[in-house]
Design a protein around this ligand. Structure first.
Ligand code: BES
Ligand code: MN
Length: 462
């Protein structure tokens, strides 16, 4: 029996234990953006560090990020470098998760992991504690069956969901420790339980808060309404102007540097296995929308966008309050495609505001994160081929390459700072509800994920 065959047999008889263990991990509410979860972040890091120690990794450590003035969430690190002459893989994951709101839309509490049918419901189950855990269980299965056939360094960060704010400086500081031949980035998904896929590109992200200020304090809307410009209205007018009737973003120069789709890209998008009706169902909408001249998957995978992520103004409690608010705020982010420059996009947003903001209000733009530029990934590298073969042998069909609309900041950082290419291999699904209520991990796909990781390591070591 080959090593992967015995490791896979080992993993199959351990499903029950793996699931129990995963549930303890996802029960830790490691929400990186909320300071009330600071202690939980530490607990999640410690849980992972204990796992790495139990797996016999060397130099396991919880390493600080940021500095004394602006501390970040820690990185969990460990390594096993006992296969001389074999490649060194950097396994990347994140242990932080997104906030749970709207919490009353969850059928079971977000940090009380619950198995219903084939799924494990919990915040972070699919994005991405399940993937991180699947990779660790692949490592365990190989170690119990002859040993890991290559060298592995593991980096789990706690700030991916807030734009990996301190990771760039961390990579600079620990460049020697992190030297490797390639990165296996587990923060990803596949198109379906029977549709394995690999990531050909990721969009980037730039994130802002736009504040609009009107009167010095909230006013009676009857006394003053009609005589001054309501800042909530002014904000909505500004936002409404950010797209034209063709669904294009109007920021000056926004598309100038954006990568054009090649004929090959367009052919691949046209052959995407999820059709518009299915996409509409996945999103739960009555109709699709987007930039004229592009198909649904082109719009979501390879065109830049501008989204409103949150709105705040006035009275939003129960019933009514006749108030003319003093201020209004919108959280606005742009998904970026390759060659668009996140700092230039900020300039374009500022230019738009300078041109369009009325003199009746005052505005302020706060940069929350220039998280990442868009990236294209290598499809013919040793790593991509090892991943492709591992998916094919596990799922029984050839994987497709797809452009992923989401962002994972470390991918471009590793390329720029350490000249390391990434292979994304993860097992979330389009209907996993990541970032939304009732996030779920499809367990059969998670178990297949473990087997895929086992084969990936074996393929790379061959
Ligand atoms: N895992 C996602 C990105 C992703 C989603 C990759 C689906 C592949 C398939 C990741 O954790 C994520 O959500 N990232 C944030 C990054 C941002 C805060 C910089 C995102 O895309 O919004
Ligand atoms: Mn993720």
């Amino acid at each position: 029996m080959s090593q992967s065959a015995s490791a896979i047999a080992f993993a199959r008889q351990a499903h029950e234990r793996f699931l129990q263990e995963l549930q303890t991990f996802v029960a830790i509410p490691s929400v990186s953006t909320l300071s009330e979860h600071q202690a939980d972040m530490q607990r999640a890091a410690e849980w992972l560090a204990a796992q790495l120690r139990a797996l016999g990794l060397d130099n396991v450590a919880i390493l600080p990020t940021g500095d004394a003035n602006a501390p970040g969430h820690p990185v969990v690190y460990g390594e096993t470098l006992r296969a001389p002459g074999k490649p060194t893989v950097l396994l990347y994951g994140h242990y932080d998760v997104q906030p749970v709101d709207p919490v009353n839309e969850w059928h079971t509490p977000p940090f009380q992991p619950t198995v219903r049918g084939d799924n494990l419901y919990a915040r972070g189950a699919a994005d991405m504690k399940g993937n991180a855990h699947a990779a660790l269980k692949a490592l365990e299965a190989l170690q119990a069956n002859g040993g890991l056939p290559l060298n592995l360094k593991i980096l789990f960060e706690g700030e991916e969901e807030i734009g990996s704010l301190h990771l760039g400086a961390f990579l600079d500081r620990h460049a020697d420790m992190l030297r490797c031949d390639l990165c296996l980035n587990a923060d990803s998904g596949v198109l379906g339980p029977a549709l394995p896929s690999l990531v050909a590109g990721l969009r980037g992200l730039a994130y802002f808060e736009l504040w609009v200020y009107g009167p010095a304090q909230d006013l009676h809307s009857g006394l003053f309404g009609g005589s001054i410009h309501n800042p909530a209205q002014a904000l909505c007018e500004l936002i409404a102007g950010m797209h034209d009737a063709q669904g294009r973003v109007t920021l000056p120069g926004f598309y100038d540097k954006a990568r054009e789709l090649s004929p090959q890209d367009r052919a691949a998008f046209a052959a995407h296995p999820i059709n518009d009706a299915q996409w509409q169902t996945l999103a739960g909408v009555n109709a699709l929308w987007g930039e004229e001249g592009f198909t649904t998957h082109e719009r979501a995978g390879a065109r830049p966008t501008l989204e409103i992520n949150g709105l705040l103004s006035g009275f939003t409690g129960e019933g009514s309050k006749t108030v003319l608010p003093a201020k209004a705020m919108a959280k606005i982010s742009m998904r970026l495609v390759p060659y668009q420059d996140p700092t230039l996009v900020e300039r374009q947003l500022r230019d738009y505001l300078a041109q369009r903001a009325p003199a009746t209000v005052r505005w302020e733009l706060k940069t929350i994160a220039h998280a990442a530029p868009g990236v294209l990934l290598e499809r013919d590298s040793v790593g991509a081929r090892a991943a492709s073969a591992a998916l094919r042998d596990t799922f029984g069909v050839e994987p497709l390459f797809v452009y992923e609309g989401g962002s994972v900041p470390i991918v471009s950082m590793l390329k720029e700072k350490l000249d390391v290419d990434s292979v994304l291999l993860g097992f979330g699904l389009p209907d996993s509800h990541i970032h939304g209520p009732n996030e779920k991990l499809h367990l059969p796909t998670y178990y297949r994920g473990i087997e895929t990781f086992i084969r990936f390591f074996e393929n790379l070591a061959a």
